[in-house]
Design a protein around this ligand. Structure first.
Ligand SMILES: Nc1ccn([C@@H]2O[C@H](COP(=O)(O)OP(=O)(O)OP(=O)(O)O)[C@@H](O)[C@H]2O)c(=O)n1
Ligand SMILES: C[C@](O)(CO)[C@H](O)COP(=O)(O)O
Length: 234
């Protein structure tokens, strides 16, 4: 028996509408290098030896399409569940959490729309959750950031040294992320990422340096950048 073994589940929220992409088809089914974006994302976790279970969260309306066009057509090796999401990303993740295997000790949460996550970032995330309890992958901000008021005037300029743009995976020991989502629901608190829910409970969260290529495909420009990243990698 490997004493270091920890059953690890990844939850992939993919139940968004992709409004900022502005296409008819949900952005996660758009192709990059001849393959749907969501397939690139799932493949990374399917290939990682650190992941034991994959939970995909899709919208109720797209679930059958997802099973027929993605799960049946592409061959994934790991146990894979498809569950229904909610109106907000946070609700989708919580629905994923309600369906994890009882064995799961570590949970990674990764946007379906971030297809360029690397195996090293996945490995780092699992190790980080084991060591620190909670961790997120991020990159140092390169631009100067301004805080502006509602009228569009600059109010202040935070020191760039401490500023990070956070990405996913965001990774946690199971009990921590379950407690954080439960409490957020009770308090009607809505955050734009999972770490925010853990921060409000006072748990420490380690930031782990990732790469600038782990972009979230959000607007049409990101598809162009995505094709360049893929061509550089092949
Ligand atoms: N109710 C929601 C909203 C978002 N997501 C997922 O969360 C990830 C990050 O969200 P984002 O990139 O903002 O996707 P969308 O919400 O689809 O985009 P938009 O805000 O432009 O509609 C995506 O993989 C998206 O599918 C989700 O599972 N459930
Ligand atoms: C979780 C996330 O990808 C971290 O950068 C981001 O907060 C998702 O935000 P969105 O509003 O759903 O794009």
């Amino acid at each position: 028996m490997d004493n270091n073994f920890k059953y690890t589940t990844v939850i992939i929220p993919a139940a968004g509408k992709g409004k900022r992409m502005g296409t008819q088809m949900n952005k996660q089914y758009l192709e990059l290098g001849g393959k749907p974006i969501i397939v690139h994302t799932i493949e990374k976790f399917d290939q990682s030896p650190r992941i034991h279970e994959i939970i995909i969260v899709t919208s109720k309306e797209e679930m059958e399409y997802f099973k027929k066009e993605i799960v049946s057509k592409y061959h994934f090796n790991k146990p894979l569940k498809v569950v229904a999401g909610g109106k907000e990303r946070q609700e989708s993740v919580y629905n994923g959490l309600k369906n994890i295997s009882p064995e799961a000790e570590i949970i990674l949460i990764h946007d379906g729309a971030r297809p360029f996550v690397s195996l090293e970032e996945i490995e780092k995330s699992v190790e980080g959750a084991r060591e620190y309890g909670s961790c997120v992958i991020g990159v140092r901000v390169k631009d100067t950031i301004k805080i502006c008021n509602e009228e569009g005037y600059i109010e202040s300029t935070p020191r760039r040294e401490g500023l990070w743009a956070v990405q996913t995976p965001q990774s946690f020991q199971t009990s921590i992320i379950l407690e954080a989502h439960k409490k957020a629901e009770e308090d009607h608190f809505l955050g734009t990422d999972d770490a925010t829910l853990v921060e409000r409970l006072g748990y420490p969260i380690k930031i782990l340096e990732g790469g600038y290529q782990n972009i979230k495909i959000t607007t049409p420009d990101d598809l162009t950048i995505g094709e360049v990243i893929l061509s550089k990698r092949s």
